[in-house]
Design a protein around this ligand. Structure first.
Ligand SMILES: Cc1ncc(COP(=O)(O)O)c(C=O)c1O
Length: 413
């Protein structure tokens, strides 16, 4: 690990307060032209004594704006202290977690996984338009049916084609034949440039795509293509549960990655991460954002620096080894629940390196799914219910669920 090192809470606090000091404060500098301020002091007290020990809440109150992308070019000078923390968090993700070469990636803290996925597709669509004179409709997204719906939004917003590849219902894999068929369908609709989306743990199943399967199928087209990894859910999990995986910047074809910090990392909502190899994000430069220093390359525009600080704080509090340990604990819990389901003879899917267990519906009382807030794949016609083994999903809670399923089984006999 080059940048990622565990820090003590005092060091973390000092770094954040130092960063806030480097920013131009709305409180004591003449920031006359910025159309924003610190949080309203009538509503959000600035003088609570505990704030001295609460760097994240203090950052919220100071309200730095992180508009733009801070890994290249210029940025607003007013908030340079906290931009630096964002840059460090991006570097940890791109280089230490996703194995990128030093200084060879750009990225920013987005509003979530949806934005980061749309940003990726937007970058590639514009690249093909600029480099090859493509029209939007000549650029197509290729993804599996387990892929998050943000790519359907992206295709709709950006007026692109999209083709969804069917998965095998029990092991959630796709066949080479169905992938080739999907590519043929796109080509038939006039698509000449492709964006392959590979999942690092899907929303409903936690399944993981085979990046090389996509690369090989797309190489056969002899047309330009790019690969985006959607690690919104799995980005802070899978690299630690299966460290030999190939879905990172060491893979020559992986050129961008989405990660969400408001899922496994337990950052506040509104915290996603977009990462891309250098030379790509410039394709979404909005030149007309002339009042923003460094212009703007992001989809979101203004955004809170506190979210970036939350990512930095969480990463530094754990450090790489304790984070690894946390993932291992969740894997053990997941294995425990899988063993129980196996004993009960229930059908379920779980990726061997994942912490999502998706149980086939119809095998237990749906009232239990409601009582334990298991999430269905479709609220009207559930075929599957998922358990996501997060920090708060303890063995005790899992045991209560398993015991109730057992009780229902015995009452049936
Ligand atoms: C795999 C995957 N991608 C993208 C998203 C979208 O993330 P967000 O809800 O943060 O926009 C999700 C959300 O569940 C997801 O699981």
């Amino acid at each position: 690990m080059k940048t990622w090192k565990k820090l003590g809470s005092r060091q973390i606090k000092e770094r954040i307060f130092e960063a806030l000091d480097k920013n131009k404060s709305f409180f004591d500098t003449p920031l006359l032209g910025v159309p924003a301020s610190h949080l309203d002091s009538k509503v959000f007290s600035h003088s609570m004594p505990f704030l001295q020990d609460a760097p994240f809440l203090t950052a919220m109150i100071h309200n730095p704006n992180h508009i733009g992308c801070h890994t290249l070019g210029e940025s607003e000078s007013f908030f340079r202290g906290t931009h630096e923390l964002e840059r460090e968090a991006i570097r940890i993700c791109a280089e230490d977690i996703f194995k990128g070469a030093p200084d060879q990636q750009d990225g920013y803290v987005s509003s979530g996984g949806t934005e980061a996925n749309i940003q990726a597709v937007w970058v590639y669509r514009n690249l093909y338009m600029k480099k090859y004179g493509a029209t939007s409709k000549e650029v197509g997204i290729l993804c599996s049916e387990d892929t998050h719906y943000s790519f359907i939004k992206a295709a709709n917003l950006l007026q692109m084609e999209i083709e969804i590849v069917k998965v095998n219902p029990m092991d959630r894999t796709i066949s080479d034949k169905s992938l080739e068929l999907a590519i043929e369908n796109l080509s038939r609709r006039g698509v000449k440039y492709f964006v392959g989306v590979v999942n690092m743990m899907t929303t409903m199943f936690g399944s993981v795509d085979d990046v090389d399967q996509y690369v090989q199928a797309l190489e056969k087209t002899r047309q330009p293509f790019k690969i985006h990894v959607d690690g919104a859910y799995g980005g802070f999990f899978y690299p630690f549960s299966n460290s030999n995986n190939r879905m990172n910047f060491e893979h020559p074809y992986v050129s961008s990655i989405t990660v969400d910090a408001h899922k496994m990392l337990q950052a506040p909502y509104g915290t996603g991460i977009f990462l891309a190899r250098k030379g790509l994000i410039e394709h979404t430069m909005t030149d007309s954002a002339s009042y923003v220093a460094g212009l703007d390359l992001t989809l979101i525009g203004s955004r809170s620096g506190a979210n970036a600080i939350a990512v930095w704080m969480i990463l530094m509090t754990y450090g790489p080894f304790e984070w690894y340990e946390k993932v291992q604990t969740l894997l053990l819990r997941t294995q425990w629940v899988c063993n129980q389901l196996k004993e009960l003879g229930l059908d379920y899917y779980r990726h061997p390196f994942g912490n999502i267990v998706t149980i086939k519906a119809g095998q237990f009382d749906p009232g239990l799914a409601e009582k334990y807030s298991l999430v269905p794949n479709d609220h009207h016609h559930p075929d599957w219910y998922k358990i996501v083994v997060m920090d708060h999903v303890t063995i005790d809670k899992l045991r209560d669920f398993v015991e109730e399923v057992k009780l229902c089984e015995t009452q049936k006999v």
